[in-house]
Design a protein around this ligand. Structure first.
Ligand code: GLP
Length: 262
């Protein structure tokens, strides 16, 4: 794992977008794992701009989102499909048939989850997985006590997550779905590379626990410590409770691979 600290949210999300753009230019058929949430909105803004201004090409790219609410249709404004179409897919030259999210309306959820796993496998696995982190330490919707080897499945959301996501539902907690389909921790861990983005003071405590604390299913993001190639990008407020910041900065300033991003 490596930790990159940027001065503010704008710089952190810009760095993540540039990392994605570099991978996509190098491998036009990239299989990209995508995340939702407020943090990612800035990343998608940058990617749309790279497409507009620099011709970043998504025509061969395949995508798999981490999760989707159960019970919301794709044209529901609060569904993650709607979020992705609005913020990225409809604004770049991606083929919508190459974009995948779990079907939150599936009658047979078990079959839908297996189908999602099969699709990922048939595409050769995820090359680059983008991740946010929830207040409960979740990646995707892998809430506390999710098995660290779990696969795509339906999952009940914690009261904390429901409260955290309520602003997307007009602040009305009763409108937030109680369940979601999410890639499992095991599914995420099989991605070739993971990039986590966390910004803002509200993420400082959970970032420190996930990065520097013990690996525990109580904080599923901590499983990423076992991942072979995981980059955590944070802004200064989200880095505030990390103990090793001096060392992380030293690596970023000295590692040749980061030169073009400094
Ligand atoms: C949701 C998503 C997560 C995301 C989290 C953080 O719970 N399922 O994938 O990481 O939100 O959201 P935000 O960026 O709004 O803090």
């Amino acid at each position: 794992m490596e930790v990159i600290i940027r001065p503010d949210e704008a710089a952190a999300s810009h760095l993540v977008a540039r990392l994605i753009a570099r991978e996509l230019r190098a491998r036009p058929q990239l299989v990209l794992g995508l995340a939702t949430g407020r943090t990612m909105e800035h990343v998608y803004e940058h990617l749309c701009r790279f497409h507009r201004e620099e011709g970043l090409d998504f025509s061969l790219c395949r995508t798999f989102n981490l999760d989707e609410y159960i019970g919301l249709s794709p044209d529901d404004r609060q569904s993650y499909r709607f979020y992705m179409n609005e913020r990225l897919f409809n604004r770049v030259n991606i083929d919508l048939r190459n974009t995948h999210l779990p079907n939150g309306l599936a009658v047979d959820l078990k079959a839908e989850c297996q189908h999602y796993e099969d699709l990922i496998r048939d595409c050769g696995g995820i090359d680059l997985q983008l991740l946010g982190i929830g207040r409960s330490g979740h990646i995707g919707f892998n809430e506390p006590l999710s098995a660290l080897r779990s696969r795509t499945r339906d999952k009940a959301l914690t009261p904390d997550t429901i409260e955290q996501n309520a602003p997307m539902f007009g602040g009305d907690i009763s409108r937030v779905p109680r369940r979601a389909i999410t890639m499992g921790v095991g599914t995420i861990m099989e991605s070739e590379r993971c990039i986590v983005l966390a910004t803002g003071a509200s993420k400082a405590k959970i970032v420190a626990q996930a990065v520097e604390g013990p690996i525990t299913s109580m904080i599923t993001a901590s499983a990423l410590q076992l991942h072979g190639r995981c980059t955590v990008v944070v802004d200064e407020p989200a880095a505030a409770k990390l103990k090793g910041t001096e060392y992380y900065r030293w690596i970023f300033d000295n590692e040749p691979g980061w030169q073009e991003f400094r």
